[in-house]
Design a protein around this ligand. Structure first.
Ligand code: MGD
Ligand code: MGD
Ligand code: SF4
Ligand code: MO
Length: 750
């Protein structure tokens, strides 16, 4: 091992959505360094400080490599014991099976966390396991995140994952509502080096406008920033649409062939004048009008809303109105506007469109979407006795005890389970409750094709990379874990398991190969490729015009895994292309605006903001809590890397100097923050970057739970903000959690 040669590998960082290309230097099984891959046509050498955390994760002595089983000792104590994979699979399959036999299929609940989306194996082979479980009790991080986007795409375009994204490289006007891509590196917009691209808009005389209760890092480099009262975006959007019609600024010609009824939007918004909403939003009437006028005067423009706009009381309606605003200004499916992507390996045609309606949750009646219930109701489904009560949990790549609302209640609920299994390489706040932990390998130890995020990328691009380091025979990837469990469960349920042999042989990468070979580019290339010498297929034509760095070799017979292996930096497939009506999944090839479903929520808006009993008057607004991200965090799970937590305490309560004075709180003071469901004590950070009446705490912290095995994170525990967020506060239309705009009270801790 010691005399192994140094090798360079070209891989992809899977930590956030940006898909940055990385150059990894290895010697044997040692990872020497991680740098940006300059030859990667998509990310062009960009990485953020988190990329090196991939090495830290790989080297982390706290990381699990073999399955462990909890052994209960006397009293409340327990210890972990390493077991073989065979023992582990048997234990898990038997327990889940027995619980389902005794209490019904729904007695097993599943929660899937965010890293699944960045994992080819989990995305493609995880479903075999969930299907084998046959439970309706499915939950995921989607309902503390992008659920509104999926519902809108399902209803309007016919598929939950057909989400149009901002054409950032060609737009002349970018309005960002509740997103901070400078910290998050973009979301539902895969965009490496977003800072350079935002600056690019300004260099070509375009404009970046940020609407956010915080003057964020993104606001700092934009042309214009407006504070907005958290949760009032829906009013802003209604008024913006109203201005469009009042000033006759709308451009409907392009969209009318797909959505004739779009004219009716005028009737729904006519009551929401800029004057009516200005005090409640905190943005003046003339400023709102100007926002619309500037947007409409731009050659191309796009309005984009993310976390801050989605994960709040009116998140679904807000995102819907954002979509209508883009449509009514002629910016859907237009260069520089909101565009659909053309991914090379397209899973949409072979994945579920998103089932709607039918089910609602047992205890509270929250709506199911795409076979999942909102995670805000998970704890009550475990804690409330009766038929269908959850008795066992499967948690895959998630840490809901830190990341979901009313976290302490969920923590208690997990204690009540008869059995729990976690697929995770750490003993976390969540997995510490498990009876068995099944640890998969980390990102650099597995093959990767980004099955999800190419679909949200600001440029069409394809890239495949093999694992950069070898693993031991008894180290497994997520897909091997899921497939093993699925096979055992099916066998226990008396099902025929003959087809599993084929799946083991094919592997997730075989599925990707099939998708590539049957995909858009392969078709284009095999139709024209062999004959042409200058890579001028209908797809690359515009890519050459757009100075793509690597134009793909059209002489090749078509895109495949082998072709991608031969291009280890990835293959650029050009800028986004207009693609209506092709992008629509509805059989009639129309956009279904579905006013009946979405606009029904205006009743709730009216009651909330204008009803008699409303607590949200302009004068008497409660102090509200929002969240934030930092470039060196990744939700709850990178705090065990020393270089990610180095430096000043970042888990602080930010508040405005006026609020500091009002509550007698100075910078650095310890403050007690209380909500309906919990309280925390946290250090205050006074800053005028936050709007008066609003406080902010980042999520993902609170590593002080007994029994976790995160030795670095435990030294920098921070405070879990989701102890304050309220499981009963949801966006009622979707059931999505409200993590922004939570009423809280403050006092200086004595
Ligand atoms: N207050 C507040 N709360 C929030 C948010 C907020 O803005 N404010 N944001 C929300 C959002 S957008 C999200 S997406 C959620 C995330 O919420 P979750 O998905 O529940 O949590 P993560 O912190 O991403 O936890 C991921 C877990 O997966 C493990 N893991 C990492 N990679 C892998 C892998 O490849 N395989 C397996 N099996 N395990 C892996 C990690 O060790 C970690 O324990 O948090 C949400 N919570
Ligand atoms: N460094 C880092 N990057 C990440 C992650 C991470 O944890 N750390 N997580 C990843 C994940 S899972 C996701 S989903 C993405 C999320 O990526 P983004 O959507 O960019 O999320 P945030 O960075 O939290 O930015 C949300 C912004 O919304 C603002 N906001 C809060 N409430 C409101 C409101 O009511 N109205 C308006 N208009 N704005 C509001 C906040 O002040 C904040 O600036 O980031 C991804 N990237
Ligand atoms: S921005 Fe950072 S975390 Fe995100 S993919 Fe790039 S290097 Fe990884
Ligand atoms: Mo997320």
């Amino acid at each position: 091992m010691s005399n192994a040669e140094q090798q360079l590998h070209y891989s992809t960082c899977t930590l956030c959505e940006a898909m940055c290309g990385i150059e990894v230097a290895t010697k044997g099984r040692q990872i020497l360094s991680i740098k940006g891959d300059k030859e990667n046509p998509f990310s062009q050498g960009h990485i953020c400080p988190k990329a090196s955390a991939l090495k830290d994760l790989y080297d982390d002595p706290d990381r699990l490599k073999r399955p462990i089983k909890r052994v209960r000792l006397e009293g409340e104590e327990s210890a972990w014991e390493e077991i073989t994979w065979d023992e582990a699979f048997e234990l898990v399959a038997n327990n889940l099976h027995n619980i389902q036999q005794a209490h019904g299929s729904n007695a097993v609940g599943v929660y899937l966390g965010n890293p699944n989306a960045h994992n080819m194996g989990s995305i493609l082979f995880g479903p075999y396991f969930y299907r084998a479980l046959k439970t309706h009790n499915r939950y995921s991080a989607t309902s503390v995140d992008q659920l509104p986007h999926h519902i809108i795409s399902r209803r309007l375009f016919g598929h939950m994952s057909q989400v149009p994204i901002p054409d950032i490289d060609h737009t002349q006007h970018f309005m960002i509502i509740g997103g901070n891509p400078l910290a998050s590196n973009g979301s539902i917009m895969t965009v490496p080096n977003v800072k350079k691209r935002l600056k690019g808009i300004q260099q070509r005389s375009g404009k970046v406008v940020v609407i956010d209760p915080k003057r964020s890092e993104t606001a700092d480099i934009s042309c214009e920033h407006h504070f907005i009262r958290p949760g009032s975006d829906v009013l802003l959007l209604l008024a913006m649409l109203n201005v469009l019609f009042e000033k006759q600024l709308h451009k409907m010609d392009g969209i009318l062939p797909y959505a004739e009824d779009i004219k009716e939007v005028e009737n729904y918004v006519k009551d929401y004048s800029v004057q009516k909403v200005s005090e409640l939003t905190g943005i003046s009437a003339s400023q709102i009008t100007q926002l619309v006028v500037d947007f409409c005067n731009a050659e191309s423009a796009v309005c984009y809303g993310r976390m801050g706009a989605s994960v709040q009381a009116f998140g679904t309606l807000t995102q819907y109105l954002i979509m209508l605003f883009n449509m009514l200004t002629g910016n859907l499916d237009k260069r520089g506007g909101m565009m659909f992507t053309q991914p090379a390996a397209d899973i949409l045609p072979v994945s579920g469109k998103g089932s709607m309606g039918g089910f609602s949750s047992r205890v509270r009646g929250l709506p199911a979407f795409a076979g999942e219930y909102p995670v805000a109701c998970l704890a009550e489904e475990i804690l409330t006795p009766g038929e269908g009560q959850i008795k066992a949990m499967v948690v895959g790549a998630g840490n809901p005890v830190v990341t979901t609302p009313n976290a302490e209640q969920l923590d208690r609920a997990f204690e009540e389970l008869d059995f729990m299994v976690a697929v995770d390489f750490y003993v976390t706040e969540t997995s510490r409750h498990a009876d068995v932990i099944l640890p998969p390998v980390t990102a650099l130890e597995r093959d990767h094709y980004d099955v999800v995020f190419h679909n949200f990328a600001v440029r069409n691009f394809a890239k495949y990379s093999e694992a950069v380091v070898e693993v031991d025979k008894d180290q497994l990837t997520d897909w091997q874990i899921y497939l093993s469990l699925a096979e055992r469960l099916d066998a226990l349920n008396g099902k025929n398991t003959a087809h599993y042999a084929g799946l083991w042989g094919k592997q997730p990468k075989g599925v990707v190969d099939d998708l590539l070979k049957s995909g858009l580019y392969s078709r284009a290339l095999s139709e024209e490729g062999a004959a042409s010498d200058n890579s001028s297929t209908h797809l690359s034509e515009s890519s050459t015009a757009d100075s793509s760095k690597v134009s793909f070799d059209a002489r090749a017979r078509g895109l495949s895994l082998d072709m991608l292996k031969a291009h280890p930096h990835g293959i650029d497939l050009g800028p986004l292309q207009p693609s209506l009506p092709h992008a629509l999944f509805h059989e009639d090839k129309k956009i279904h605006l579905d006013f009946a479903y979405f606009m029904a929520d205006l009743d709730r808006v009216n009651t909330h903001f204008f009803g008699k009993a409303s607590y949200v008057t302009a004068q008497n607004q409660p102090l509200v809590l929002i969240g934030r991200r930092h470039i060196k965090t990744n939700n709850s799970w990178l705090h065990n890397s020393p270089r990610m937590v180095k430096g000043n305490n970042r888990c602080t309560l930010q508040l405005h100097p006026d609020d500091g004075a009002r509550y007698g709180i100075a910078d650095g003071d310890e403050v007690r923050v209380k909500s309906r469901v919990g309280q925390v004590t946290i250090e205050a950070e006074i800053t005028d970057a936050i709007m008066p009446g609003v406080v902010s705490i980042p999520h993902g912290w609170g590593h002080n739970k007994k029994g976790i095995k995160l030795s670095v994170a435990s030294q920098h525990p921070g405070v879990n903000t989701n102890i304050l967020t309220d499981d009963l506060l949801v966006d009622e239309l979707s059931g999505n959690a409200v993590l922004n705009g939570v009423p809280v009270e403050l006092e200086k801790a004595s």
